[in-house]
Write a protein that binds this ligand. Structure first.
Ligand SMILES: *Cc1c(COP(=O)(O)O)cnc(C)c1O
Length: 458
């Protein structure tokens, strides 16, 4: 019986001639389709030998199985997902979505030669940092600027250059660990600098810093406690106070701002996130922040500050090892130009942060209408999202979500099916409902979301 079934398994070439699979070869590389045919036929043979397959599937069914397997094989590992979590800067989902303008700029220089290190006016070598330096200075008020791969690299560079062999004074309340094992004390050690902790977890006074200054001190450092807050009986000196102390003792003040926001988020009801301009205005000598957090640009570590300090950083050997590529610089220049032109709504991160409840409600109504139109049981509910990316951790953002009641599966299965679908849709289960928060959804993805849910609830 087994032998007979085994003989009936179609040949690879035969199956490949099926019109459906021929057509599939136009969308997916033919080699992937052949691999998928082999895989499906091998599985079938295995099933027959193990006794779990007692009948050959119809050719149509086999072709559908092959198509499924081939599409999976052709899928990129790093690919788009639809974020319906309401967390704007979701680190696992790639933090900020860059703007259309930024993506176009990166795409253009990626596919052509560019002015990366070429000064067209002079007809000779230029510098890669020139493309963003002026904009960064104009937007932040700083004298000079430099861009490296990410903020962790920026902090490493600053401390290596300014504090190696000496001490840096930091408050105990600011010894931050952020995701991915970036810890201020460890970075300090890696730079050959000694961390001098002062104060207590909840309170650090100006005189704590003052008393700790010795001839070994190289700098005072402030770290923005981006992903946690110490609330209640807590106190730290203000930036201007710290700057005054540092400068009166001949010491520079360094700040790791983490997120690095260029617009005042209070206008959107988000409190406690300082701007880069605030730090420069307070007289901080060198400030570093991320490009892909609240700034809403590509991954980068941006350093702004006094010319003498930043110029020295530019010449540090580590700078070459941390240099950013042309796509990053193109996307960053475009993002900064949006800020410069006052067109911050072009930047998805800022647009998502500033979306009003009325706008979110309207978005949710549209998506919900599309869902019910497709026969899916859905309703609009109010919910809470987060900024994410280690920013403003204590504030929830009131938002709206579409809650789905799946027809044929339970909520866990719905969540799994959506996650494994193509494109993957990431939502969350809350109080026995599956929620798709519209704050982080882009309108041109609505049709894909509805289709994905219709598939996943079966
Ligand atoms: C996020 C963050 C960093 C690291 O920035 P990356 O750009 O992810 O390298 C460093 N310090 C603080 C305070 C942060 O919030």
């Amino acid at each position: 019986m087994n032998q007979k079934l085994l003989r009936q398994i179609p040949k690879v070439d035969e199956l490949m001639k099926q019109p459906v699979l021929q057509q599939l070869c136009e969308a997916v590389p033919a080699q992937k389709v052949t691999e998928a045919v082999r895989q499906i036929l091998d599985d079938l043979r295995g099933g027959i030998l193990a006794g779990s397959v007692e009948e050959l599937p119809a050719v149509d069914t086999l072709c559908a199985m092959v198509a499924g397997a081939a599409n999976k094989k052709a899928e990129y590992s790093l690919r788009k997902v639809i974020n319906a979590t309401g967390i704007i800067l979701h680190t696992n989902l790639g933090r900020a979505c860059i703007s259309r303008r930024a993506a176009d700029a990166a795409c253009e220089v990626a596919q052509s030669y560019s002015t990366l290190e070429y000064n067209l006016q002079a007809g000779r070598r230029g510098t890669r940092y020139s493309h963003v330096e002026e904009l960064l200075c104009k937007l932040t008020g700083a004298e000079s600027a430099l861009v490296v791969n990410n903020n962790a690299a920026a902090v490493l560079l600053i401390l290596s250059d300014m504090a190696q062999g000496g001490q840096v004074i930091t408050s105990r309340g600011e010894l931050v660990e952020i995701g991915g094992s970036f810890r201020v004390p460890d970075i300090m050690e890696a730079c050959g600098a000694e961390l001098k902790e002062v104060g207590t977890t909840n309170k650090t006074h100006l005189w704590d810093y003052d008393r700790a200054i010795t001839e070994k001190t190289r700098a005072l450092m402030k770290v923005h406690t981006s992903n946690y807050r110490i609330v209640g009986f807590s106190e730290t000196p203000s930036l201007p106070e710290l700057v005054e102390l540092g400068h009166s003792r001949g010491l520079p003040v360094i700040e790791d701002l983490g997120s690095g926001c260029l617009v005042d988020l209070q206008q959107f009801g988000i409190h406690g996130e300082p701007t880069v301009q605030d730090s420069i205005r307070a007289g901080v000598d060198v400030v570093s922040f991320s490009g892909d957090k609240l700034l809403g640009g590509p991954q980068a570590g941006i350093i702004v500050g006094r010319k003498a300090i930043v110029d020295k950083l530019k010449k540090h050997p580590l700078t070459r090892a941390m240099r950013v590529d042309k796509m990053t610089l193109a996307a960053l220049e475009a993002t900064l130009r949006s800020y410069d032109a006052g067109l911050t709504d072009e930047i998805p991160t800022i647009a998502m942060l500033s979306a009003t409840p009325a706008k979110l409600r309207a978005k949710a109504d549209i998506l919900c209408g599309l869902m019910t139109g497709a026969g899916i049981a859905a309703e609009v509910v109010s919910t809470e999202g987060q900024v994410g990316g280690g920013s403003v951790p204590t504030q929830m953002l009131p938002s709206f979500a579409v809650a789905v009641q799946p027809a044929g599966v339970n909520l866990d299965q719905l969540e799994t099916n959506l996650r494994l679908g193509s494109p993957a849709v990431i939502g969350r289960i809350n109080h026995d409902r599956f929620l798709l928060d519209v704050r982080t959804l882009q309108e041109n993805d609505y049709d894909a979301v509805v289709k994905a849910v219709a598939e996943a609830e079966k």
